[in-house]
Design a binder for this molecule. Structure first.
Ligand SMILES: Cc1cc2nc3c(=O)[nH]c(=O)nc-3n(C[C@H](O)[C@H](O)[C@H](O)COP(=O)(O)O)c2cc1C
Length: 162
């Protein structure tokens, strides 16, 4: 089964996860930020990788999912997300992002892979915003640690795909 990984990544975390998957299985990878075109026609299995920003998918992912929904619905579809915390409700994430719920229901497996706060890769305003959120969270949670990638979750996804 020919596989394509499609991802968007602002600070490289989603990309790192995609690289790990690509090291484990035979697949092509498409960065929707840097490459203007890619055809879905050649692939039977699609893995979409995305971070969550302000409770939503980034606009490039939203746009891609909307524009290609008719094709994606005919593929074996997987989704992984990265972020500071696990989304409590993936359906709500699709609804908020205004992506067709038919697509959400069509996904075979969704995996939250943890995340990282790479402050140094952010420009001024997002960095300040993230620092504020991060400080607030640490104050109100039992653990003092920043989020990290969840290797177990990544491995579980690779296992399903292998
Ligand atoms: C401005 C801003 C808003 C964010 N909002 C969320 C959020 O709503 N939920 C979440 O889980 N993580 C949030 N994050 C954390 C990112 O999703 C996390 O750092 C992720 O690992 C980044 O992945 P990337 O490097 O592939 O873009 C936010 C980060 C920034 C800078």
């Amino acid at each position: 089964m020919k596989t394509l990984g499609i991802y968007y990544s602002k600070t490289g975390v989603t990309r790192d996860v995609m690289n790990q998957i690509q090291n484990a299985i035979t697949m092509d990878v498409y960065d929707i930020k840097s490459q203007p075109t890619s055809t879905l026609n050649d692939y039977q299995r699609i893995i979409v990788g995305t971070p969550v920003y302000i409770g939503m998918f980034p606009s490039k992912i939203k746009k891609y999912l909307k524009q290609n929904a008719d094709k994606l619905i005919n593929k074996e579809l997987y989704l992984y997300t990265v972020g500071g915390e696990e989304p409590t409700d993936y359906q709500a994430l699709f609804e908020l992002s205004k992506v067709d719920l038919t697509l959400y229901h069509h996904i075979k497996k969704i995996v939250y892979c943890g995340g990282e706060f790479r402050f140094e890769k952010l420009s001024f305003f997002p960095r300040v915003l993230l620092k504020m959120v991060s400080k607030h969270k640490q104050k109100h949670s039992a653990s003092e640690t920043l989020p990290s990638l969840n290797q177990e979750a990544i491995e579980s996804l690779i296992k399903v795909l292998s």
